[in-house]
Design a protein around this ligand. Sequence first.
Ligand code: SF4
Length: 372
Amino acid sequence: MTEFQLFHDIVTDPFDYARNWKEANRRKIVGHFCSYTPEEIIHAAGALPFRIFGSGEAISRSDEHLQAYSCSFVRSALADALSGKLAFLDGTVFPHTCDTIQRLSDIWRINLTFGFHSDIGLPVKLDTASAREYLKSVFKKFKNELSGHLDCTITTDDLQRAAGLYNRMRSDMKQMFDLRRENPSLISSNDLQALVKASMIMDREVFSEKLSAILRDLSAIKPQPSQSLKRLVLSGGMCNIPSVHSLIEDCGAAIVWDDSCSGARYFEGSIAPHGDIIESIAERYMDKIECPAKHTDLFRRGEALVNIAKNNKADGVIFLFLKFCDPHAFDYPYVKELLVKEGIASMLLEIEAPLPSEEQLKTRCQAFLETL
Ligand code: SF4
C-alpha cells in the first residue's frame, strides 16, 4: 500500500534515515534496545529515541565478543555497532531485561564509544509496592542522568507534551490493529509491522501526523465481506523478518493480533495525564502485561495470551521465537499448556535469518492451518 511506503523505506534503512534526520534537525539521537526504555523521557529531552533492531548484516563481526548461542538480535546489533553503522548515536540506553542484553551492555561499554552509556536498572518482579516505588525512582534518576549527558533541561511541560504524543501514537496504533482485526484484507501484516517499527525510529511528531492521516483514510473504508480465512494470533519477541508475516498470510490465514515486541506489546497501555508525570510513565510499565524477562504472577502472561486469542476469536496461535531466546523459551511450556486447556491450537516457529526455505515454512504453516 503506497501510504505505508515511507515506513517500509525507513525500516529498510533506518541508519540512513537517522543520519539525515540528525543533519537536518541538528538534534541528538539515543539508541536503545527494548520496549522497557522510557522513550518519553528521551523525547522530552529533545532527542530522537532510536530502537536498535540489528540489520542482520555481517553478523559474524560480533563473534569475537559474543558466544554463537546468543540470540541473533543481539549479535546483529553488536555487529552493526562494530562496523560503524550506528556512529550517529549520541548515547545508548540498556534497560535491565534479559541476561543477553545485560551482558551486551558490558561489551558495548568496553568496546564502543557512542557518546554516553546508560543502564536502567529496572526491577525484575513488577507486582509489589516496593517495585513500583523503585521503578519510579529509577526513571527519575534516568531523567537526571539524561539531562546531564545531553546537556539540556527536561521540564515537566516537556514531559507532559511527550506523554501526550506517545498516548496519541499508541492509541492510533491500537486502532490500526483493531481495524485490521475487523477487516483483515484492509491492511497487510507486512505493512503493520513496518508501521510499528517505523514508530520506534522516526521523528515521533512526524510519525504521529502520518499515522493519524492513514487512520482517518482507512477508517472511512467500509468493511468488505471477509473471506473465510483462519484467524491467527502471533506471539513472541522482536520479529525482524517481515517475510514471515506475508508467508503466513499467503498460506490462507488472517493475522488478527500480534502479541510481540514489534507488535501490540510496544503500544499497549497509556500514561495517566495527572500527578507526577515521571511516576505516571513508570505506572504504565508496571501495569501492562510484562515481557517474559519480567515477572508478576506465575501465570499472568499465559492467561493474557489465552484472553487475547479468545477476544480476537482466533482459531490458533503461532509463536515466533528467535533461536536461543531463553526468556520466551522458558515461558513457552506453561503458556502452551494453558492454550491446550482452553482448546486453542498453537505452533512454534523458530525464526532466524536466513529463514529455512520458504517452501519448508509454508508446508508447516499449511499443515497447521489444516488442523484448525
Ligand atoms: S529477550 Fe530474547 S530475543 Fe530479546 S534480546 Fe533477550 S534473548 Fe534476545
